[in-house]
Design a protein around this ligand. Structure first.
Ligand SMILES: [Zn+2]
Ligand SMILES: [Zn+2]
Length: 226
């Protein structure tokens, strides 16, 4: 089952120009099985999400994207309102881990390579692997259930590095378009071994690692552009 696990719609996410209906319509058009809305610090009424799912005949789920002291995360849970109630300001990912352990859910590091400084040199093997080691030591990655290795707003080199980091740390790897407009939807996605029909099943699949990151087009490999 193929789901775009990271998307933003308006007006819930002010940075997006895409209403939820347009997102779901687009996901259906390009042939994915489902989509997960991950607004910034906001949750939709679950009946609205269910209604979208029924109207368009695909799986529609939701999570939330949040800023922590150590970087952005995606939170997936069947209890997002309770989590938002507990997490009212920017706190450490360690504290969020504690709250999520109590309430239930999975934490995925969002675009963990975005802040890494890159240059033309970064494709050189030695520098490429040095940067990967730097990222592997990030505190953020100690407290998550997995990490986004493919993010639609990151460069191919960042996504390639993220994949290496996930392998090095043995972390579950997910993909999402991080789309803010229809044309970007489904650029990256997460492939689930089994069917996922609700947030609880989504969390289980992530925690058990029954997922992998997928890409619509092949990433530009290291060495193909120097
Ligand atoms: Zn973000
Ligand atoms: Zn995002």
């Amino acid at each position: 089952m193929i789901i775009d696990l990271h998307t933003h719609t308006r007006p819930a996410s002010t940075c997006s120009i895409m209403p939820p209906e347009e997102l779901v319509q687009r996901v259906k058009e390009i042939g994915l099985d489902g989509v997960c809305l991950t607004e910034h610090n906001k949750v939709h009424d679950p009946t609205f999400i269910q209604d979208l799912s029924q109207r368009y005949g695909i799986t529609v789920l939701q999570g939330v994207e949040m800023v922590t002291l150590e970087g952005d995360i995606l939170l997936f849970s069947e209890h997002i309102p309770e989590l938002l109630e507990e997490i009212r300001e920017v706190i450490s990912v360690r504290k969020i881990r504690g709250i999520v352990n109590q309430i239930g859910g999975a934490i995925i590091a969002a675009h963990p390579l975005r802040s890494v400084f890159l240059s033309q040199d970064s494709y050189r093997t030695e520098i490429f692997y040095k940067k990967i080691q730097e990222v592997c030591s990030r505190i953020l990655l100690r407290w998550v259930d997995g990490m986004e290795t493919y993010n639609g707003n990151d460069l191919d080199i960042q996504n390639l590095m993220a994949l290496e980091v996930s392998r090095e740390l043995n972390l579950v790897a997910t993909g999402g378009s991080d789309a803010h407009c229809a044309k970007d939807v489904g650029k990256f996605f997460t492939i689930f071994d089994d069917g996922v029909s609700c947030e609880r099943e989504l969390v289980e699949a992530l925690k058990e690692g029954r997922v992998k990151a997928g890409s619509r087009e092949p990433l530009m490999e290291r060495g193909s552009d120097k």
